[in-house]
Design a protein around this ligand. Structure first.
Ligand code: ARG
Length: 502
């Protein structure tokens, strides 16, 4: 028997672990990312057990200092890497830091074990006292909550930035129009600003979904022990306060095995991803020569190695594709939780990489979408022309007749006949409703008069939608002002004190 255990749990074992199994079950190769969270949670626990008399004030101070040193390791690694490789791109440097940290501790089973081993190097045997009254089951539950909370906060920041970009673009588009589509067939004209504000509405809902998830998850599992609660009478509010949680979790069995907060995050991310994919799909279409509504910003497009003329919408295509992996992660997490008996089961370790991937995917998306949106330029002449062909004023025409007292169903029928007339009157060119001579229209209904043509002008067709949420010019101006106020409120209500885990 060796005197120094290499495991956190080797006491009852006589046989060594199968080497392959040992490597296969380790989570350190990916959970090293939880180093800042593990250090913060360990500091909070140290304060709790010091208050219970397990650590003297001096021991607490030494432990906290040691933990700070261990926490700074990631920064040291990154400095060492940037010193050797010069410029560091944040994506690759993250991977390099991880690889270096993992390689530095081949015996560490997981991030909890790693911190304990490193702390022992810093402060000696005192480090082994830190595990008094706690279990890795509550630690991982806490670390993941802290990680998800940070990920939510940066998602919310990114969302607000994108909201601002959409609102600015909507303002810039003024009263320019575009065709609105249903079934991807031209339906009615809308203001470009109205179309953009549809995405503002979606993102505001996303913002509130992430905020809700944050509120629900912001409880502290520390003190829940392995399953039944800490084995010491700890004051759980100490750690909860230190980590800026609102309160300790109310049930130890739930707290050590609950991963709903991860699912909430992944599901909110999925819904956001779906919205992103709708936006990306529309822009991909609108950038085609067939639509020709937008000019893709070159800074956010790519070329083809084969076809010299190409400017490809890779940004919107990738953005559309990212929704697939977000949904994949949410599905994996839901499947992981399904049928899992209380309380902790090692299956839960599988959820971590899903969450890391969701967080990274959102970070990536929200790092490009706001500036891409700011760089977008429309071709208003093409969009206006498209909004004026294809009988997009047919509903306004039917409304004209119904305002004259014709029952709407009948008015619909008459305008349908007028459309048919326009399609067939001149074999060389289809006629829009405003191009059909009045006498021809009057054959369909004597209620058509000279004022009909004004009532189906582009502006009149927009402005007849004079309801809250409609595309009438002044309604959109009001909606834009209201959206600006709401987003400004979201920005001003961000509390800076939430960022405890740096
Ligand atoms: N690496 C583990 C995880 O992520 C930490 C908890 C281990 N707990 C245990 N009882 N083996 O789930």
């Amino acid at each position: 028997m060796s005197n120094e255990p290499t495991k956190m749990w080797s006491g009852r074992f006589r046989e060594p672990l199968n080497r392959t199994f040992e490597q296969w079950q380790r989570s350190f190769p990916f959970d090293w990312r939880l180093l800042p969270q593990e250090v913060a949670a360990s500091k909070a626990h140290a304060q709790t057990i010091a208050a219970a008399g397990i650590l003297t004030p001096e021991e607490l101070e030494t432990t906290l200092r040691g933990l700070t040193l261990v926490g700074e390791r990631a920064i040291n690694w990154s400095n060492r890497i940037s010193a050797t490789s010069g410029q560091v791109d944040y994506e690759t440097s993250d991977q390099q830091i991880g690889a270096a940290i993992v390689a530095s501790a081949p015996q560490a089973e997981d991030i909890h074990h790693f911190v304990e081993l490193e702390l022992t190097k810093e402060i000696g045997a005192l480090a082994l006292k830190l595990h008094t009254g706690r279990s890795r089951n509550e630690q991982i539950a806490t670390d993941m909550r802290l990680f998800v909370r940070d990920a939510i906060d940066s998602t919310l920041t990114g969302l607000r930035d994108w909201l601002l970009a959409l609102i600015t673009l909507a303002e810039k588009s003024g009263t320019a129009v575009m065709p609105g589509y249903t079934h991807l067939q031209r339906a009615e004209p809308v203001l470009i600003a109205h179309w953009l504000l549809a995405y503002v509405s979606m993102l505001e809902r996303d913002h509130s979904r992430f905020t809700d998830a944050r509120t629900r998850m912001n409880l502290c599992p520390l003190g829940s022990g392995a399953i039944a609660g800490a084995t010491l009478a700890l004051d759980r509010t100490i750690a909860s306060k230190a980590l800026a949680f609102t309160a300790p979790t109310p049930n130890s069995m739930d707290a050590t095995s609950d991963r709903d907060f991860m699912l909430d995050f992944a599901q909110a991310a999925t819904t956001l991803g779906l919205h992103i994919s709708r936006f990306a799909e529309e822009l991909t279409l609108y950038a085609t020569s067939e639509f020709g509504f937008i000019d893709l910003p070159e800074a956010f497009s790519t070329g083809s190695s084969a076809m010299p003329q190409k400017k490809n919408p890779d940004l919107t295509e990738l953005a559309r594709g990212k929704s697939a992996r977000l949904l994949g992660s949410a599905t994996a997490l839901a499947t992981l939780i399904k049928g899992l008996p209380l309380a902790y089961n090692k299956d839960l370790q599988e959820g971590q990489e899903q969450i890391f991937d969701v967080a990274d995917t959102l970070t990536g998306l929200l790092s490009v979408l706001p500036n891409f949106t700011r760089a977008l330029t429309f071709k208003p002449e093409v969009m206006t022309a498209a909004a004026q062909t294809g009988y997009l004023n047919a509903m306004a025409a039917a409304t004209y007749l119904s305002n004259k007292g014709v029952p709407f169903r009948k008015a619909h029928e008459i305008v349908g006949n007028a459309v048919r007339l326009g399609l067939e009157m001149d074999p060389a060119k289809r006629l829009e409703l405003n191009e059909i001579p009045l006498p021809e229209l009057q054959q369909l209904s004597e209620d058509f008069a000279e004022d009909f043509f004004d009532s189906i002008s582009l502006r009149a067709t927009l402005d007849c939608h004079d309801v809250i949420g409609g595309t009438a010019t002044h309604r959109v101006a009001e909606a834009l002002t209201a959206a600006k106020t709401r987003v400004a409120h979201l920005i001003s209500s961000v509390s800076s004190e939430d960022h405890v885990v740096a």
